[in-house]
Write a protein of this length. Sequence first.
Length: 316
Amino acid sequence: MAARKTIKLFTGNANPQLAKEIAENIGIPVGKAGVGKFSDGEIAINIEESVRGADVFVIQPVCPPVNDNLMELLILMDALKRASADRITAVIPYYGYARQDRKTKARDPITAKLVADLISTAGADRILVMDLHAAQIQGYFDIPVDHLLGAPILAEYFIGKDMKDAVVVSPDVGSVSRARYFADRMDLPIAIVDKRRPKANVAEVVNVIGDIRGKDVIFIDDIVDTAGSITAAAKAMQSLGAKKIFACCTHAVFSGPAIKRIKESAIEEMVILNTIPLAKEKACDKITVLSVAPIFAEAITRIYEGLSVSKLFVKN
């Protein structure tokens, strides 16, 4: 019988703390690799241990600085492939460029597909991601994609708050499925914010579908970027008679005025996952960070052992 392949984890500079936590949950060290830059700014990679015949997992969210982190991921995989790794799984907690997933006007690029092609070409045999902005992005890959969900982690946290008289709110029509799944985990009703976007990163609340008066509100979304939409929706909830307002998301991009908006908003607590590292200067009393390391560690172990990943999300 053939010897079992060795499992190895590598990471770039995108979120080394998360990679370390995942490795600790699995019980193995993070692989030794030098990931830096040449004097002209090009990415410099040096794999410092043998990976021949190994089952390798590269943990690298495509978060800001997006282009540097994407290139690190691509070059790491190329180096590992050329070093004779048996299988390479790209573990991408946050898939950057996912919001450009279709043409919305003439001559638009479909960058989510381009990035998928680059990742496959660089050497990935499998993809492990969490909460893609659009589910159809899985179809952009011609290799297996395991799609993890952040909602169960967030729901477990709010279940611990024992919020009986609450309603889950979808910040827009596109997030209704996510809100329904989250509400089902918590056994709560849902409401929907109807909004319009006059331009990029600007949202206006038009209407709220559902009863939120006198209730605690929990917003759930996959990405919070500038926090304009979520804080505007929170203000609308407050004006309509909501009691306490909470918000949660999987990917806290928090660019531009996001932190200032959250601090000054009606949101009592913003709960996020650590798919993207939260810079020290962005930390504030309103923000609670939960770790995705245990679920990624379990998924990686299941992939390595050839077991089902979807069973992680079967409701108990």
